[in-house]
Ligand binder design. Structure first.
Ligand SMILES: [Zn+2]
Length: 255
C-alpha cells in the first residue's frame, strides 16, 4: 500500500498544521487547522479538495480554522469524543482504539490526556506516521493544563510503545528551546548532544526539525526517559518515574 503523503504547513509563530493525502484514493485530510487561510492556500496550490479535518485537542491554535474549512470544502470534522463540546464543528467523536480512515490509510486513535483532558493522537501504522498534537514534542512534551504528571506520563508511555521508525508530527516548532532545556538536565547523553547539533543546523537554515524520529526521541527526550535510573540520578532523585517526570515538567515550566 502506498504511504500517506504528508506535508507541513507553518501557522502563527510556531504551530504546525499537517496536510495528509492518500495517493490511492486522492482523499485529503488536515490535522489541527489552527487557521483556515494557510490551509486553503496550500490546498489551492496543490489543486486538492479537503475531505476530513482531524483534531487532536480543543485549543484554538489547533481548531481556529475548523468552521471556515468545513464550510468552504464540506469537510467532515473528527476529534476527541471526550471533548465533544469544545471542538468547533465536530461531526464525529472518536476514542481509544477507534480507527480513522483517510481513504485507504487507517489510523488508530490513542487517547493521550495530560495537556488537555480529551487530547488524542492519530497513529498511521502502515505509514509510520504519528500526529500527536501537544502531547509529545521533539525533546519535550506539552504543558499540563488539564492533567497531572501521572496522566501525562501514562500518555507518553503509550506513544513510546510505538515503533522506532515512527515519524513524530507534533503541533509546534519548540525543538530548539526544548534542546536547551534537555541539555541542562541530561547534558552527557550522546544521543541528545547529536540531536541538539542537528537541530541547531536545521534551524540555522530555517528548516523544520519535524517530523522527528520516535527512536531518537526515546533515546534523547528526557520526558520519555523519566523511568531511566541514570536520569533520576542526574537529577539527584530516587528512581520514581512519575516524580522524575513531575520534576522535569516543573523545571521546564520555569526554564
Ligand atoms: Zn494545545
Amino acid at each position: 500500500m502506498p504511504e500517506l503523503e504528508t506535508s507541513l504547513i507553518p501557522a502563527f509563530s510556531d504551530n504546525y498544521i499537517y496536510l495528509l493525502r492518500d495517493p490511492a484514493t486522492g482523499t485529503v485530510a488536515v490535522v489541527d487547522p489552527g487557521a483556515a487561510e494557510p490551509v486553503a492556500d496550500a490546498l489551492t496550490a496543490r489543486g486538492w479538495p479537503l475531505h476530513l479535518i482531524l483534531v487532536t485537542h480543543h485549543h484554538a491554535d489547533h481548531t481556529g480554522g475548523n468552521l471556515a474549512l468545513k464550510e468552504r470544502y464540506g469537510a467532515r470534522i473528527l476529534g476527541p469524543a471526550a471533548d465533544r463540546n469544545r471542538i468547533p464543528g465536530l461531526d464525529e467523536g472518536v476514542a481509544e482504539g477507534d480507527t480513522v480512515r483517510v481513504g485507504d490509510a487507517a489510523a488508530r486513535v490513542i487517547e493521550t490526556p495530560g495537556h488537555t483532558s480529551g487530547h488524542i493522537s492519530f497513529h498511521f501504522a502502515e505509514s509510520d506516521a504519528l500526529f500527536c498534537g501537544d502531547t509529545l514534542f521533539s525533546l519535550g512534551c506539552g504543558r499540563l493544563f488539564e492533567g497531572t504528571p501521572s496522566t501525562m506520563w501514562q500518555s507518553l508511555l503509550k506513544l513510546r510503545a510505538l515503533p522506532d521508525e515512527t515519524k513524530v508530527h507534533c503541533g509546534h516548532e519548540y525543538t530548539a528551546s526544548n534542546a536547551r532545556f534537555a541539555l541542562s538536565v541530561d547534558g552527557r547523553n550522546p544521543d541528545l548532544i547529536r540531536r541538539a547539533a542537528e537541530i541547531e543546523e536545521l534551524r540555522t537554515r530555517g528548516e523544520p526539525t519535524i517530523p522527528a524520529s520516535l527512536g531518537e526521541e526515546k533515546r534523547a527526550n528526557p520526558f520519555l526517559r523519566a523511568d531511566d535510573p541514570a536520569l533520576a540520578a542526574a537529577l539527584g532523585m530516587e528512581a520514581d518515574p512519575v516524580a522524575v517526570f513531575a520534576t522535569l515538567r516543573a523545571r521546564k515550566d520555569a526554564f
